[in-house]
Design a protein around this ligand. Structure first.
Ligand code: SAH
Length: 231
C-alpha cells in the first residue's frame, strides 16, 4: 500500500513505520489478538482523516472527521475488533456508525463481509471514497438509522456499534446468530442524545442467552452519541 500512501498524503513511506510503532503501543496497552494487530498494521489510518491531520493519524487519539463526529482512537478500534472476534474467524459483521470508515476497513480485514450503517449522508459518501481508494470490496454501506429496522434481514457473527448508546438497541439483537455477540459503548441512565456522551460509557458485550441476554461490562470509553434519524 506504499504507493497509495504516497499519492494520498505525501507523508509517504514513513507512515508504514509510524503505523508499526502504533501497533507496538497497542500490544503494550493490552491488545492480544494477533489477527486484529495485523489488521491494524495494514490499514492506513491516515487515509481516513483530512490531509492536515494525517501527520497525527498514528497517535492514539480520536480526531475530527467533520459533521461533529470523530474517528475513534486506534486502541478503541483494536479493542472492539478483538471483542467482536473473540478468538474466532468472523463471517458477516454489522457495524453501526460508519463515520469515515476506518473501523469498517479494520473489520473488513478480519471478517468475510461487513454491513455498515451511517446516519449522516455526507459521511457515507466520505467513507465510500476511502474504502474505494483502498480497494476494499467486502463492505456494504448503507445510509440509515442503525437503531431502527434496517429494512433487511441479516444473520451476523458480531454487531459493532461505534456510537455511545444509553440502552441496548434491542431491535438489532435478532440479527445475532447463535453464539454471536454485540459490542457497544453503553452508558445506562444517560439522557437520550448528548447526555449519554458525557455519562460514563463502558465497552459492553451482549450475548443472547436462553432468556434475554447476558451482559459483560468492560473498559471506560468516550464516544459521540448514538442518535435517531438520518441527515
Ligand atoms: N467507526 C467510526 C467512528 C465514527 S463516530 C470510525 O472509525 O471513524 C460514530 C458515528 O456513528 C458517527 O459518524 C455518527 O454519525 C454515527 N451514528 C450515530 N448514531 C447513529 C445511528 N443511529 N445509525 C447510524 N450511525 C449513527
Amino acid at each position: 500500500m506504499g504507493t497509495l500512501d504516497n499519492r494520498h498524503t505525501g507523508i509517504g513511506m514513513t507512515s508504514d513505520r509510524t503505523r508499526a510503532r502504533m501497533v507496538e503501543r497497542l500490544r503494550d496497552d493490552g491488545i492480544r489478538d494477533e489477527v486484529v494487530l495485523e489488521a491494524m498494521n495494514v490499514v492506513p489510518r491516515h487515509i481516513f482523516v483530512d490531509e492536515a491531520l494525517a501527520i497525527r493519524a498514528y497517535e492514539d487519539s480520536p480526531l475530527p472527521i467533520g459533521h461533529g463526529q470523530t474517528i475513534s482512537q486506534p486502541w478503541v478500534v483494536a479493542r472492539m475488533s478483538e471483542l467482536a472476534r473473540n478468538g474466532r474467524a468472523l463471517g458477516d459483521v454489522l457495524e453501526i456508525g460508519t463515520g469515515c470508515g476506518y473501523q469498517t476497513a479494520v473489520l473488513a480485514r478480519i471478517a468475510q463481509k461487513v454491513y455498515t450503517v451511517e446516519r449522516i449522508g455526507a459521511l457515507v459518501a466520505k467513507a465510500r471514497r476511502h474504502l474505494t481508494a483502498l480497494k476494499i470490496r467486502n463492505v456494504a454501506l448503507k445510509h440509515g438509522d442503525g437503531t431502527s429496522d434496517l429494512g433487511e434481514e441479516l444473520a451476523v457473527d458480531a454487531i459493532v456499534i461505534t456510537a455511545g448508546a444509553t440502552h441496548v438497541p434491542e431491535a438489532l439483537l435478532r440479527f445475532l446468530k447463535p453464539g454471536a455477540r454485540m459490542v457497544l459503548p453503553l452508558a445506562r441512565g444517560g439522557a437520550a442524545g448528548g447526555d449519554g456522551e458525557r455519562g460514563t460509557q463502558r465497552l459492553t458485550v451482549i450475548e443472547p442467552a436462553l432468556q434475554g441476554y447476558k451482559e459483560e461490562t468492560l473498559d471506560a470509553v468516550r464516544f459521540v452519541p448514538l442518535l435517531p434519524g438520518i441527515t
